[in-house]
Structures are given as C-alpha cells and as structure tokens.
Design a protein around this ligand. Sequence first.
Ligand code: ATP
Ligand code: FE2
Length: 327
Amino acid sequence: MAIVLGIESTAHTFGIGIVKDGKILANVKDSYTTEKGGIIPQEAAKHHEKVADGIYLKALEIAGIKEKEINAISFSQGPGLSPCLLAGLRFTKSLAAKLNVAVVGVNHCIAHLEIGRLTGAKDPVLLYCSGANTQIIAYSSGKYRIFGETLDLGVGNFIDTFARYAGLGFPGGPKIGEMAGKSKNYIELPYSIKGMDIAFSGMLTKLRQMIESGKYKIEDLSFSLQETAFAMLVEAAERALAHTGKKELLLGGGVACNKRLQEMCRIMCEERGAKMFCPENSLLVDNGAFIAFLGEIMFNCGISEKVENIDIRPRERTDEVDVRWKK
Ligand code: ATP
Ligand code: FE2
C-alpha cells in the first residue's frame, strides 16, 4: 500500500492531493484568478510558487500524515503552459530530492479520465471539457485514443473569452452559467461539427459582433451560447458512443461543472441506454488529487523515474501515452 502525493500546476491552479490505496486523504488547491482579462502564464506561475509551500503543509495536515510517510510523488507533466508546468517541476524536484522518493510523470488529460473510476465508470467515453482542452477520449488497444476534439479553441477558453468580451473576468464559466439561467430567449448561433470534431471560433466571432452591436442582452447571449455549444459537445459524444459501442459516458474538466451540460448529457445517455458518470466538482476542475490518484495506479504498476530524469511535456498528446497500467 502506497501513499502518493500529487502535484497539479498545468495552468491556473496549483493543487496538491494525497492518496492512499485509491482513497483521497487530502485535496488542497489555490487558483489564480483575475477580475478582468485572461490568464497570463508568467503571473500564474508566480502565483503557484507563492502558494506552494502553504498548500503542501495544509495537505499534510488534512491527510494526517508525516512527510516521511510519502512513498512517491506524481506531478502533472503536461499538456499545459510551460511557465506553470516549470513551477510544478521545480517544486516536485526539490520535494522528491528532500524525501528521497521516486517521481511519476502524469498526463493531465488522462488524470481527468482515470478519476472517473471513483464514480464507478469502468470503460467510459470521456467528454473532456476544460479550458484549454476539448476532447472525446476512449480506451482502445493500449492507448487512450482521441475520437474527436476541438479544431480551434477549448470550450472553456471559448466561454472565458466571451466572458472577457462581456467584461465579466476570469474564469467565465460559472458567471456565464449564472447569466444563462436568467434567460430562455434562444438566438440562433453558428453550429459547427464535423464528424466528432467541433469548432468554436465562428460562434465566438458572431458573439463578439453581437456584444459590440449593443443590441443584445448578455443573459440571452449566454443562454444561446450554452445551448448551442453544449449541443455540439453532446452530439460529438453520442457519435463516439455509437462508434465505439461503449455504454458509459464520463464527464471531465471544469466546464463539466455546468449543470445544463450535465443535464443534456444525461438526457442523451438515457435515450440511448447508456450510463452517465460525473465526478464531484472538486474533481472535475484541475486539482492535485486526481494527479495523485493516477500517480498511485502507475506507481503500483512499476512506472516511476528518478528525480534527475524528469522533465515537463507541455505538448504531450493523450494518445502518445503508453497505458501500461490498464488491463
Ligand atoms: P486543462 O489543463 O485540462 O485544459 P484547465 O486548466 O483549463 O484544464 P479546468 O479547471 O479543467 O482547467 O477547467 C477550467 C474551465 O472550467 C474554465 O474555462 C472555467 O471557466 C470553467 N469552469 C470552472 N468552474 C466552472 C463552473 N462551475 N461552471 C462552468 N464552467 C466552469
Ligand atoms: Fe484540467
């Protein structure tokens, strides 16, 4: 039985989780936010360096363990913003050297998928809707394959950019969700899906023009944005379920916190006799616990590296990872 500490730092969030035998003992995080404007990678990295020690001590305290009990450290190796990943790498290296333990490099997207095990999903299609990433992923012959993805922006970045145009600050997802709840007035927007791939930039341009025209209420635009963008995601996910013959849909990524997206996915699954799984919000958004959770699975399979050999992988693709731990 191992105790694994996981470190997340791919973008706006610095998080540390501690997992023992598949059980989450602690999940502490602090996220960089702005009142106006988007994320500045260098600033987010500075944020991570500032909060890291405090989060580490708090995680140990919540888990009720001493640092010498930690058997391995896992960290989010990529994909992500290089300055942010480097902040995580520096912290990982100094802690691993201090504790003299091995390190497990974890792919962030796959961590979003594997944490679904806690909800009971066994072989799901993952609808992964985060800021930077929007992908439909499922396991097939030794790899997690990307069946469909966004051809331009991630759905979260798309919503956050719209929120920024509307003067609402970062992150925009919760604010747009709130605005959308105040309207039922659907305005038609560009709907773009090719097979299992989708694109958002056409809709974003249209929305920007609509905001600038001053003729539309942000509530109506938020409602219409959600209905259109989420319908695209649901359509792509349904096609992936049909294509793979799988019977489980798992949600992942911060945008999956949105109740309307969850509802639309649930309806689609019910209609085709599939089961929907959705982790709790604290495990949908970026966090240290899912990095520790996958880190422990990999560590138990003998996958780890010496601290001097580790590096970041800012552009690592989901299907580049050799999934040796899955039977
Ligand atoms: P990744 O590195 O996996 O691409 P990420 O760094 O973008 O992820 P996540 O925390 O998975 O981080 O997702 C962030 C996105 O989720 C942001 O676009 C944000 O607006 C959105 N989001 C966060 N909370 C909510 C919420 N409660 N409702 C809707 N959207 C949300
Ligand atoms: Fe993420």
